[in-house]
Design a protein around this ligand. Structure first.
Ligand code: ZN
Length: 204
């Protein structure tokens, strides 16, 4: 299983980090070892002083595909979950400044919170109107809607499959809206799709 992540897919998040608006989706990956195991807290890595949460809708791939046309892309994912792309922002800033790859900042152990449950795509009225949010200690810190994505789910699946064969069980993190911020020990993170609680996890 692999995790493919999309960076800079929400205009307001691009602005908050003062990044350039990309002409094509920004892609990076996390290995399967990045996933926080079931029931574990979110351990912060010791090599960073500025670990950020990025709350993202996650597509679950349900069949093998490569070079998938946009019109057929909807046949390649069957459910949507919620995740946190845990990011060592200080490390990422250093790597970016040197033009180096982002893995140390994005793909380390426990850098991917993934909801255990996924919601079948059929359960949504409109995939381009999915509300999602993150609460920290009960207070909303990030609120997004899939309508604000620069590239929609089908476009992302098609684009990603030009470079990487997609397999059943692969996940695509579709990018974070604005409101990212720093994680501190003992925070309780709870993620929602609509009103439905998708995960609740303590930071350690
Ligand atoms: Zn992200």
């Amino acid at each position: 299983m692999k995790i493919i992540c999309i960076g800079r897919n929400y205009a307001k998040h691009i602005e908050e980090l003062r990044n350039e608006r990309p002409k094509e989706p920004v892609i990076f990956m996390k290995p399967d070892s990045a996933v926080v195991p079931k029931g574990n807290p979110l351990f912060l890595p010791d090599f960073s002083d500025e670990v950020h949460y990025e709350t993202e809708l996650v597509l679950r791939i349900n069949r093998l595909g490569k070079h998938i046309p946009v019109e057929k892309a909807h046949q390649y994912y069957d459910a949507i979950g919620l995740g946190i792309d845990v990011t060592a922002r200080d490390v990422q800033r250093q790597l970016k400044a040197k033009g180096l790859p982002w893995e140390k900042a994005k793909a380390f152990d426990f850098s991917a919170v993934v909801s255990r449950e996924f919601i079948p795509v059929d359960a949504f009225d409109d995939l381009n109107d999915i509300d999602f949010s993150l609460k920290i200690n009960g207070k909303a810190v990030q609120q997004g809607n899939s309508e604000h994505m620069l590239w929609k789910f089908d476009e992302l699946v098609a684009y990603v499959s030009k470079f990487f064969t997609l397999r059943t069980g692969d996940l695509i993190f579709t990018g974070t809206p604005e409101g990212v911020g720093r994680l501190e020990r003992d925070m309780i993170l709870e993620g929602f799709i609509g009103d439905k609680s998708m995960f609740k996890i303590r930071v350690k």
